[in-house]
Structure formats: C-alpha cells, structure tokens
Design a protein around this ligand. Structure first.
Ligand code: OSB
Ligand code: MG
Length: 368
C-alpha cells in the first residue's frame, strides 16, 4: 500500500452538554480529522484526539497540525508499506507527539482492513461481538445534580459510573454517591490532582468499594504511584502516565497500577495500543479503553480495539448521542442494555457522513 493523498479537516462541533474537569469546561470541541487515500483509491479515516489546550497531555490541535504537516505526512506520503505496524516504525525518529502519530496511523489501519475486506476489529484480532460500556461524568455544580445525572445514565443502561474527583471534592462526594447507589460499579478519576501528601484522603477512599482510582498522582509519574499502591487496597488505574508500551511495561514491573486505561491517541496509535493490550494480557493486568470525547471516527476505532480479549472492564466509549446532536458517522454509535455491538462491515464499520463533516468543518487542506 502507498498513501498518495492526505487531507486534514479542522472540525468544530458543539457538545450537547459541557464536560467539566478540574482544568475547565469543554463545550465546543475543536479537533482534526484525517482522510488518507491509497494508490488504488481506498479511503481511510483517522481522528486527532488532542484538545485545543494542553491540559490533559502536552499536545494540542495546533501542535498536532504542525507535526502532521511538517513531519508525519511528508514521512508517510508515497512510501511503500505492507502493514500498518510499519507506520509507527516510519515515525520512530520523531519524539513523542503520540496523538499526531495516532491520527494518521488510524487512517492507514482503516485502509488496511478495507484491502483485506474485513472489519477493523477482525484486522486487529478482536474476538467480542459486543462490548460493555460505562460512562464518564464531568464535574457538576452540586452533588445533588451529580446524583441525578448518574441515575439518568444508569437508566440508559450504562454498566459502570466514573466520576471526576479533585481535592476538596472527593471523600464526601463518593460517600454521597455510595449511599444513594450502594452496589453500582463505581470508580473515580483524579486526572493527576493529588500528590503523596494527600495520602490520608486517598486512603479514606478505600472504604467505598471503588473498582479503581484512575491517575491519582502526577501525569508523568510511575514511582509515587507504586508507593501509593502499596498503601491502598483500591486498584490504581493509570491513564496519563502510560504513553507507550515501554511505559506500560515499567509501570507493571514497578507495581504502579493494577489496571491500565488504554487510549489509542495517548499511546501513539493502534499498533502500540495492541502491544500494550497483549503485554497486559500476559501479565494478567486487566485493561479498558478510555475516551477523549471523540466524534464518530475515533469512537469507531475505540470500538474495534475494545473487541480484543483483554478489554475485560467497561470502557468510556459511550453512545454518539451522549456527546453530539449529530455525529459524523452513519449509523451513529448506540448503546443497548449497556453494550455496543461491534460492527461487522468492512473497515471502521460505519459510513462517514460527509454532509455532517462539511457542516462542522472550519478548515481543510490537502497534501499529495
Ligand atoms: O481522563 O479519561 C479522562 C475526557 C477528556 C480527557 C480525559 C478524560 C476524559 C474522560 C471522558 O474521562 C471520556 C469520554 O467520555 O470520552
Ligand atoms: Mg482519565
């Protein structure tokens, strides 16, 4: 296969409800879509998951654009490749910038699945025909509002509730949720808001039977997390700290976590995500697929990845209508009884809705 043309679409989509973290509120999502064409005319799609500000990791929409335009696209255009795994090898001389690399690698995986006339999930070695889904809920103004939002999602069938915590909005918040929903599978995501100085608070969370606590400490730490894991019973799940297979290996060897949240964009693409998955399966570390408030293309990639056998915990990839009035794929992603059916059609398994892409596209540029 040879990629002969790449198009970058800059997209702006309004989220149905704002998503608030300890860093601020996201309502209008700006992101990149990548369309790649090969010499036989097949078209593959990828989604860049960086936000317009670097609060989750260091990448932004503009840094992704810079990396893609000035380095990654020129490195890939017109190179003969036989397998998508070779894309990350081609990009290896470029340090980090995982989300930029992943955006274009995803499009190559899509083309590869189409060439073989199979669904992306099959191309990746997926085994599940449906995947279990949870929901990640942003910070709400009051605990009462949060309880109402939780009960709405439980009625919609979501299998696991994840809430955001931060210092001052943690133990009492979780206590309130637990007293209203004693048995719901529940977890808390701190997005790096704590340090080891908060040990007493983090230990206090042990009494609420949480499935796990996600990324309590610094975004680039695995050493303090290992110390923390020795002090608490609740499994630690790493998110921000895992940016590659090597990070995952070191974290598991150190005992920094008992669960890993795999995000394709954060680790540099599907090939790396699969490597982490396979390694964790061997080490008996359960994994689940995190989300980046994706539109349909990114969502489709997440669903295909989640069909691999060691994705044994509900992920954050929810239905399209949790985020968007109108998604950019057809059909949209739907959740029934807490499950998403893994598509069986060729490639990413959803039609791209070009009319919707045009509607929400604010800039477009071609490279060939
Ligand atoms: O930490 O998992 C996170 C959203 C944006 C950035 C980071 C995170 C999240 C979420 C929501 O928790 C995931 C989703 O619903 O797509
Ligand atoms: Mg997280």
């Amino acid at each position: 296969m040879k990629i002969t043309k790449v198009t970058i679409y800059t997209m702006k989509m309004h989220m149905k409800s704002p998503f608030t973290t300890s860093f601020g509120t996201l309502q209008n999502k700006i992101f990149l879509l990548i369309e790649a064409k090969d010499e036989s005319g097949l078209t593959g799609w990828g989604e860049g998951v960086a936000f317009d500000a670097p609060w989750y990791t260091e990448e932004t929409v503009k840094t992704m654009y810079h990396m893609l335009e000035d380095f990654l696209i020129p490195m890939l255009l017109n190179k003969e490749i036989t397998h998508p795994d070779e894309v990350s090898q081609l990009f290896a001389p470029i340090r980090r910038n995982q989300m930029a690399k992943s955006a274009i690698e995803g499009a190559v995986w899509d083309i590869y699945a189409q060439q073989r006339n199979i669904p992306l999930s099959r191309a990746l070695g997926g085994v599940s025909d449906k995947i279990e889904v949870g929901i990640s809920i942003g910070l709400q103004n009051t605990t009462e509002e949060l309880l109402t939002v939780i009960s709405g999602f439980l009625q919609e069938g979501y299998k696991r509730i994840k809430v955001k915590i931060k210092p001052g909005n943690d133990v009492e918040l979780i206590r309130s949720i637990r007293s209203r929903f004693p048995d719901v599978p529940l977890m808390a995501d701190a997005n790096s808001a704590y340090t080891l100085a908060d040990m007493e608070t983090l230990k206090a969370l042990d009494s609420f039977n949480l499935m796990m606590i996600e990324q309590p400490l610094a975004c680039d730490d695995i050493v303090d997390h290992a110390r923390l894991q020795k002090e608490i019973k609740t499994p630690i799940c790493l998110d921000e700290s895992i940016t590659s297979f090597e990070d995952a290996r070191k974290a598991v060897e150190l005992g920094s976590c008992k669960v890993i949240n795999i995000k394709i964009g954060r680790v540099g693409g599907i090939t790396e995500a699969k490597k982490i998955h396979d390694y964790c399966a061997e080490k008996e570390i359960p994994v689940w697929c995190g989300g980046m408030l994706e539109a349909g293309i990114g969502r489709a990639h997440n669903i295909a990845l989640t069909s691999l056998s060691n994705f044994v915990m509900p992920g954050d990839t929810a239905a399209s209508n949790r985020y968007w009035e109108e998604d950019i794929i057809m059909p949209e992603v739907t959740v029934e009884d807490g499950f998403i059916t893994v598509p069986t059609t060729v490639g990413i398994g959803y039609e791209v809705n070009r009319a919707a892409i045009e509607k929400y596209c604010i800039a477009i540029k071609h490279y060939m």
